[in-house]
Design a protein around this ligand. Sequence first.
Ligand code: GLV
Length: 326
Amino acid sequence: MMKKVYVTRPVPDSGPKMLLDAGFDARVSDEDRVLTRDEIIANIRDCEGVFCLLTDKFDGAVMDCAPKLRIIGQMAVGYDNIDVAAATARGIAVSNTPGVLTDATADLAWALLMSASRRVVEGDRWMRSGTWAGWGPMQLLGGDLAGRTLGIVGAGRIGYAVARRSRGWDMKVLYHDPIARPEMESELGARKVGIEELLRESDYISLHCPLIPETRHFIGKAQLEMMKPTAYLINTSRGPVIDEAALAEALMNKRIAGAGLDVYENEPKVNPVLMKLDNVVLLPHLGSASTGTRQKMSAMTAENIIAALEGRTPPNCVNLHVLKGK
Ligand code: GLV
């Protein structure tokens, strides 16, 4: 009997093709939308593998509906939508797609940083309104980049890549992370600091930590109050890392200069106050959304699933100990 793998939404074709070529019965949902919990359960019931997305919730109860499940292969680097402890307890491997989306996500953080700072989207809206009457010396003045200080919260692969891009503007780099990054210090002159120093000193703060219990609302009212009134906050990590209501209030009161957000606390919902403000740029979770990157993510997800179902260790297993002793 061919092993069954369910792909929860249409994805770039590299991954599904690899699954078929490897001899699996791979079925792709034909609905380009997030499936409901019941739909996921109905579709994975007799599957050995599932190819899923960050919008799919996998808890123990869902896993219990798929007794043959060996691997949950997530097409994303973040996997806070999956209860990894529940998977581990059931002997199910969980995998993600690190590395292949580092550049695309770092690029998008910079796109947000520059758009927020130089008021690119606001300018575009003005042009489209048809009310621009020509150049003016006081119009849409924004922030400066050269020589300013960039604060990186979470100095993993993506945080490092964002920091490296700042060399073009000779920026000073501060970072906050539980782990020291000596190579980032020697390559970029970056300095590891406590969160308070980072918040107080940075002109641009970019978040790159995973969403874990310790990082939920890591940036709240108190932290926003420590930021310079001229500073910008960029988030391409996960929405709940910021207390979105506190950020909306800080932006409304011009407590900070601006923000660029790719992720939200309750996606796809966005705080209604943010929607009305001009000093925030809002993107629909596009961090890894380049054609090449998404093909690589799809292929990497398939590679992990194939490995697990062929009895090998998935190259990007996040709960490796699950396989130990098997
Ligand atoms: C996207 O948000 C990812 O985690 O890959």
